[in-house]
Ligand binder design. Structure first.
Ligand code: DC
Length: 230
């Protein structure tokens, strides 16, 4: 294999395993993994913590420059942790409270401008796998590999519910998780600023009936093919 590095953009609907695949690809290739959704979740949590309403654009504009979002790999948990101004917020940003507010927050132009600028900077030197909604279209429009992931909503809801239960959530039900996914998919794909859509040059992976291992092999082969072309 040559030493050229590529950027890999993974976009798709909520809870269809984008993060899992992105993490595995990054590990295998020795690339940086960035969960852009976690960045939108971090801003959402900051608004909740500071009691700022999502239509208070002045307060949001004043808060954003004070937020420093970073990621730290925890080898014991084998998991990336999201930090907000140095504080580990990984569990808190996965709660339904944040999930229910994150789509409206991600519609705010100032929030997108603030985060997209940071995401583009991270990708400047290549060697990044980033997952989200607008990575192949807006953040890395020239990514060498773009994957668009999808899976049936019921399958996605069951996967997300299992994850929430593993994290100690006893209140969420299959129906409210499914409803949250559908509502976020609709909001994310119909918003005016950078809606979720498949980039023209993206390769679609529907993982409804694929195991984790199968989807990893599929995507890794695509990556090696692109790297080999450089
Ligand atoms: O990937 P996720 O479900 O953790 O993302 C949370 C929300 O953040 C999602 O509903 C839409 C928003 N988002 C976005 O607008 N653009 C991105 N690149 C990533 C996430």
């Amino acid at each position: 294999m040559n030493n050229h590095k590529i950027n890999i953009a993974i976009d798709g609907y909520s809870s269809c395993g984008k993060g899992t695949l992105a993490k595995e690809l990054a590990k295998e290739l020795g690339y940086l993994f960035i969960d852009s959704g976690a960045m939108y979740r971090a801003v959402t949590l900051a608004l909740i913590r500071n009691d700022i309403a999502i239509d208070d654009l002045e307060a949001i504009g004043a808060l954003l420059p004070k937020l420093e979002i970073s990621f730290e790999y925890n080898g014991v948990l084998n998991h990336y942790q999201t930090l907000l101004n140095g504080d580990n917020i990984e569990s808190e940003i996965r709660t339904m409270k944040v999930s229910n507010l994150v789509s409206p927050v991600s519609k705010i132009d100032a929030v997108r401008t603030f985060l997209v600028r940071q995401q583009k900077a991270i990708g400047q030197n290549k060697g990044v796998v980033m997952d989200g909604r607008d990575i192949g279209t807006v953040v890395f429009p020239d990514a060498e590999l773009k994957i668009f992931m999808t899976a049936q909503p019921e399958i996605r809801a069951q996967r997300r519910l299992t994850e929430l239960k593993q994290n100690g959530d006893i209140l969420s039900t299959f129906d409210n998780v499914l409803e949250n996914l559908k509502s976020r998919d609709l909001q994310d794909s119909t918003r005016l600023n950078s809606p979720l859509r498949q980039a023209e040059d993206a390769i679609v992976i529907d993982n409804s009936n694929l195991s984790r291992a199968e989807q990893k092999v599929l995507a890794l082969n695509l990556a090696y093919e692109k790297i080999g072309q450089l």
